[in-house]
Design a protein around this ligand. Sequence first.
Ligand SMILES: [Zn+2]
Length: 520
Amino acid sequence: MVRRTTRARNTVRFDSKATLLAGGAEVRAGRYQRASQDKKEQGKSVGDQGKLNVAEINRNGWTASATFTDNDRSASRHATKERPQFELLMDAIRAGKFDVLVVWEISRNQRDLAVYVQIRDLCTEVGLNFWLVGGVLYDLRDKNDRMMLGFQAVQAEWLADSIRDNVLRGIVGAAEAGRPHGKVTYGYRRIYHTRTRALERQEPDTEIRQATAADGMVSEFSHAGVVREIFEKVTGGTPLVTIEDDLNARGIPSPEGSAWRRGVIRKMALNPAYIGKRVLRGEVIGDGMWDGLVSEDSYWAAVRLLQDPSRTTTRAGRAVHLLSYIVTCSVCGGPTSKQSVNRRGWTGELYSCLKKRCAAAPMDILDEYVQRAVVAWLSRPDIYEVLTAQTATDADVSHARAEATRLRTDLEDWRKLAESGDVTPISFARAEKGLLAQIAEHDARAAEAGIPPVLRGRIGAEAVAAWAELGDEVAVKRDIIRLVADIRLIPAGKGNRRPFGRHRLDWRWKFGKEHDDVAA
Ligand SMILES: [Zn+2]
């Protein structure tokens, strides 16, 4: 057997896993699919293996250079007119035709195993050092990697524990290719080929539909529009029950065609399909073939908000009064609530100590005073630091910061490799681009993580306009006030004619210095 030694060429092209992963289209990938020789072993069909291998090659941005499929179980026993694919694969490896071999799984069956051992020995000999097996990259020169490959070949658990079990075979095949399956996600529609009926794409369902409210009022909506509206409201702090009421009041049917329920809205706002992700058994397993309906920022803000343990879903959604139960009595510590008063010619509404009537203040005046003070505080130029200082130890923030630091170190390593000529300028440029994007993302996450979701987009220069825009959304305003301030009402004192003012409130901000002045 004539063997050309191509070791030098392969090792020069890509010397490490990192350079291979950053190599993009320069990397030539050969893939090999093989039907199991053992009928009892429930491996994946060669078709599914092929799809999964292609998905892996695409995910890494490599160039698919050749493919070999051994489908015929009896090929080894009968003389065939064609040379077995296995032989062609061995020839291609010998000729140095690729930089990485992509296979989906390595059989436990002894006869199949012998085949892989042969391929592996040849690869080692010619310097084809990289194997991508089931999405994991191995370097045959690394003794740990060789051991892991060995484990795969002999351990039954490997197949049993992995998602690659037989039941899910078809689903995983489609999932890996990013294709949707099952019921169409509300907000999307699927476009099929008119003749073959094959799925061509999944896209936002922007069809304009009409809804008739109970009072006969007709309005227009689209499924995609409803999804976006739900995310906008959730991230804006609107309680689920308010969103539910609003959709039902407009007569818009739910995904099941009935009335909306909170649970359905919540599930939608937590569904990663809306940022274009493919989910299997509750886990994101990759990018779908469709585009997101909402931004990733919006999605993750919704997730944070809905999974915030301090948010109670049973809370009354429509609090009519801005400050009931938020402002407390400075004397007895009890809550205040609305009290209608008609005495000595004055008719109006008060916030009044609920239990003992120790203190009271006119509702309209207190509402206005508190809102002014809160908006002035939210408008402060240093509000970012004030809000994030307190939560600097927050796990999210520290994690994001650590990640950004680690990525910066990676980038430095790349720079050194590029300077010493160990990686090509093209590889470096590619790696740098990817790393910089990731660093920026983690920095942004670290900066935002300390800001409670309900305050995002409502602080600093945006505070005044954002508050005005909230209008009658009392529930959101209450969330904000409760979050930032602790307010107690002080009795006016008998015969005191001083107009309502700062002296009537014992006010503490929950962020920053404890005794900040209330500017109002
Ligand atoms: Zn009281």
